[in-house]
Design a binder for this molecule. Structure first.
Ligand code: NAD
Length: 359
């Protein structure tokens, strides 16, 4: 079996951490006797150097001819952010790709490995239990995009407004993504809403309940967003998949990320219908540490693992990689961003090699 993967490493630490993800993919290729045809293409500042564009047609064409996109990060040093090379680089590259491929579902796993419990801002007895949450966020609808929105009136009567709107088909498709993801995990979906106040959210709850009936093997529970914000801090281990509209998902996915303790650990996926998807680490190009071999490659490696699971249906290979990451952490190896007393500090390459060799 052959899979085509577009490799868009981008800028800063992107190419460094991507090299480690490719090492891990090579191990999976050998273990499962399949072939990954990895086609590199330029994006962000790296693409600007050659094409004076952040998302050149050549790169889009490589992506269109691929089964998935593995993305690194884009962006440049703060001191040079005014330059043409960097102006609008994130919007042009990331939103350009989301738009080109209709990526409406954002999956952000937030996992606290027990070995990293002390890096979490949670209370120690809560953090020690660890957690493994997948936030599924609707990415292209809801109050961020609803019309009308605007400002009117004058002086004390001046006002501003946004519209929260969701169509049945938008709720159904994101709910299906959440329930399908739960089938590959601990089989529980908590749907986040505000059905006690907002009409849109009453509708959201009705439609999610309809979809839930199509997945009898998955436990479904609705939860008000204010309660969910508390429960994430008090008892995060109760969650498996959290299904959210655009705004609630924006807020809760950041809260879930914050309680894991490190940006260098967080992968993400942006999906559309079918199996195509784009996979990228939660952090940016980290210009402060770029080129120094210090970056944590785990977010990029786990993004590649998510690609195997969600685009290629390779759940076992995902588990192999997740277990390898956990073993290397349990063995006491840390990159500088997650250093803890008594642990061995390793660089980007050594962390990648150790994970690949553990598979
Ligand atoms: P950032 O995520 O790049 O860095 C924030 C902090 O986290 C830095 O101290 C950095 O060293 C650290 N960090 C991030 N990833 C890490 C990793 N894998 N290992 C160890 N430490 C890591 O965010 P920023 O500094 O606000 O932005 C830097 C550039 O990245 C900007 O140009 C910004 O626009 C861009 N950016 C790009 C993306 C993306 O490509 N998806 C996302 C966010 C920011």
């Amino acid at each position: 079996m052959k899979r085509n993967i577009a490799i868009l490493s981008g800028d800063g630490i992107g190419p460094e951490v991507m090299a480690e993800a490719l090492k891990v993919l090579a191990r999976i290729e050998a273990k499962y006797q399949l072939e990954f045809d990895c086609r590199e293409a330029l994006v962000g500042g790296a693409a600007w150097q050659k094409h004076q564009e952040h998302l050149p047609a050549e790169t889009l064409s490589v992506c269109r001819n691929s089964d998935a996109i593995l993305f690194g990060s884009v962006g440049g040093p703060v001191s040079e952010q005014g330059s043409k090379k960097w102006a609008g680089v994130e919007v042009n590259s990331l939103l350009g790709l989301r738009k080109a491929f209709g990526l409406y579902a954002n999956l952000r796993p937030a996992r606290l490995y027990p070995a990293l419990a002390s890096a979490s801002p949670l209370r120690a007895d809560t953090a020690e239990k660890g957690f493994d949450i997948l936030v599924v966020r609707e990415l292209t609808g809801g109050i961020y995009f609803g019309k009308p929105k605007g400002r009117a009136g004058k002086d004390d009567e001046e006002y501003a407004y946004d519209t929260m709107v969701y169509a049945r088909h938008e709720i159904r498709r994101i709910a299906h993504i959440a329930f399908k993801a739960a089938q590959l995990r601990k089989k529980k979906v908590t749907s986040i809403d505000k059905a006690n106040v907002l009409t849109t959210m009453v509708f959201w709850r009705e439609v999610v309940e309809e979809v839930a009936r199509e997945y009898p093997g998955v436990t479904y529970e609705p939860m008000y967003v204010d309660n969910a914000a508390q429960q994430l801090i008090l008892r995060p281990s109760q969650f498996d998949v959290m299904l959210c509209g655009n705004m609630f998902g924006d807020i809760l996915s950041d809260e879930a990320a914050a309680i894991t303790g490190s940006l260098g650990m967080l992968p993400s996926a942006s999906l559309t219908d079918g199996t195509f998807g784009m996979y990228e680490p939660g952090g940016g190009s980290a210009p402060d540490i770029a080129g120094k071999g210090l970056a944590n490659p785990i977010a990029q490696i786990m993004s590649a693992a998510m690609m195997l699971k969600y685009s290629f249906g390779m759940t076992e290979a995902y588990d192999d990689i997740a277990r390898a990451v956990e073993k290397v952490l349990n063995d006491g190896y840390r990159t500088a961003d997650i250093k803890q007393p008594g642990c061995s500090i390793v660089g980007t390459k050594e962390m990648g090699t150790r994970i690949a060799e553990t598979i």
